[in-house]
Design a protein around this ligand. Structure first.
Ligand SMILES: Cc1cc2nc3c(=O)[nH]c(=O)nc-3n(C[C@H](O)[C@H](O)[C@H](O)COP(=O)(O)OP(=O)(O)OC[C@H]3O[C@@H](n4cnc5c(N)ncnc54)[C@H](O)[C@@H]3O)c2cc1C
Ligand code: SF4
Ligand code: SF4
Length: 413
């Protein structure tokens, strides 16, 4: 299960070594900011963004990486916010959509994240957005961008099921003196929260941290398999969308010859991408974005058997205000006409987020299996792992435990 080790001319960082050996890296890029000049992010052979060490990492930098790296662990402070065992700390939960029909259509679900970002920029609460969009060179890959004009927000809307490392160049953005809203995967936001300890600039210059429910990051091999199934060569592609432009929206490749190919969400995510998700995501306790101010997800409807339905329709997001700031932000965006939201009963979430439910319940048994095999695992605090495991029942826990042991023996972690 070991990943590529750093390419070093200097002693390798013990922390990066352990994280990479255990395939525990989520690809956030925080270490590349901390050890700038010695560590950078690049694609591994299997298509994930991973740190590559090319120079010395000082003991102080190593200590800092250990404090913030989601591959080392996640510490969720248990404060006085209401805590939901399954769905984390939150103050408000809604379903709804952007009032701008263009953002609603282009957004991954209901365009709520993009509408909130528009509200923040329009009202001068931030100068720029730090987010992820399609890489202009490799159309199905990601690039971290800054956006200063509301008109440019729509271009980054939609989920991109490929690696992203939005913290890799953070120092540059902090040094610009601008105020940002940040959008990233839950683990990126967790790392950024951890980086606030010891760097007062982060809270001041990045006042809003937004995220989305995250089932895991697929490698670039996932997109390549989609293209192969579409019968398309990589160099024919002029634009690539994983979804959005409808809900859930089709995976779509635009081609040089002016035509395009499409694939349904059920086939692209369900049939291909989900098989290419990185290992760290399989033992992630926080695909629900507990560290963010606002987190959004798909507010799927459930069918008669209680499973999410993926027929095309107008997008609806789940929007969760986790912090006081996030709760106030959602309400102000509604009052100012950017969002339409109605209260959502968390009791309905398990049916439409079965993947997240299962991870919340069975992460502990997977982690325990790895510990038993002397594999390195991240340290998790504050996620109610034991109580959630107990609510998953003996059978599910044993199945996940034995499944992890089996995969480890088969070398398929
Ligand atoms: C890898 C991944 C896994 C997901 N898993 C789930 C899940 O299990 N359950 C669920 O309900 N929803 C999941 N989603 C989120 C969901 O698809 C929507 O993003 C969410 O509902 C918000 O929709 P929206 O219309 O409000 O966002 P939009 O207005 O479309 O905004 C989306 C934002 O996400 C950012 N973004 C897109 N892709 C990435 C990326 N790879 N890395 C960092 N930022 C990115 C964009 O820059 C943009 O700011 C996942 C998304 C991704 C990228
Ligand atoms: S999880 Fe982030 S900080 Fe940790 S090794 Fe990977 S890129 Fe670096
Ligand atoms: S599943 Fe967890 S570890 Fe994987 S990308 Fe999402 S938030 Fe990060």
């Amino acid at each position: 299960m070991s990943e590529r080790r750093p390419e070093v001319n200097a002693p390798s960082s013990p922390v990066l070594d352990r994280v990479l050996k255990g395939s525990l890296c989520s690809g956030c890029g925080a270490c590349a900011t901390i050890a700038h000049g010695s560590v950078s992010m690049s694609y591994s052979k299997d298509g994930f963004l991973r740190p590559v060490q090319s120079g010395p990492v000082s003991p102080e930098q190593d200590r800092r990486i250990r404090q913030v790296c989601p591959g080392v662990g996640l510490q969720l402070p248990l404060d006085d916010r209401p805590q939901h065992l399954l769905w984390g700390p939150f103050l408000s939960m809604y379903s709804g959509h952007a009032t701008d029909p263009n953002l609603r259509r282009l957004g991954s679900s209901g365009g709520v994240l993009s509408a909130v970002l528009t509200y923040l920029l329009d009202n001068g609460e931030i100068d720029q957005i730090l987010q992820v969009a399609a890489d202009p060179e490799l159309k199905f890959a990601n690039r971290t961008i800054t956006v200063a004009e509301c008109g440019d927000i729509a271009a980054a809307a939609g989920s991109r099921y490929a690696p992203s490392a939005p913290l890799a160049d953070l120092e540059h953005h902090l040094a610009s003196g601008q105020r940002f809203a940040f959008v990233g995967k839950p683990c990126d936001v967790a790392a950024l929260q951890a980086m606030k300890v010891g760097d007062a600039r982060i809270a001041e210059r990045i006042p809003y941290l937004l995220s989305f429910f995250c089932a895991g990051v697929p490698s670039l091999a996932g997109a390549r398999e989609i293209l192969a199934r579409m019968g398309v060569e990589e160099d024919e592609v002029t634009a690539f969308r994983y979804r959005g432009d409808g809900w859930p929206g089709m995976a779509r490749a635009d081609l040089r010859n002016g035509t395009h190919r499409e694939m349904s969400y059920a086939d692209s995510w369900g049939g291909i991408l989900s098989r290419h998700v990185q290992f760290r995501c399989k033992i992630c306790p926080d695909g629900i974005g507990s560290f963010a101010d606002v987190v959004c997800a798909d507010a799927w409807e459930a069918d008669e058997k209680g499973y999410p339905r993926f027929e095309e329709r107008d997008g609806v997001s789940l929007a969760v205000g986790r912090s006081v700031k996030g709760d106030v932000l959602l309400r102000r965006a509604v009052e100012s006409g950017y969002l339409e939201l109605s209260p959502f009963d968390p009791a309905g979430l398990s049916a439409i987020q079965p993947g997240q439910l299962s991870k919340r319940r069975f992460v502990l048994s997977r982690v325990l299996a790895l510990k038993l095999l002397w594999k390195p695992v991240p340290a998790y605090r504050g996620f109610h792992l034991l109580r959630n495991a107990m609510s998953g029942g003996l059978r599910g826990n044993v199945r996940n435990f034995l499944g992890t042991v089996r995969r480890a023996f088969l070398g398929r972690l």
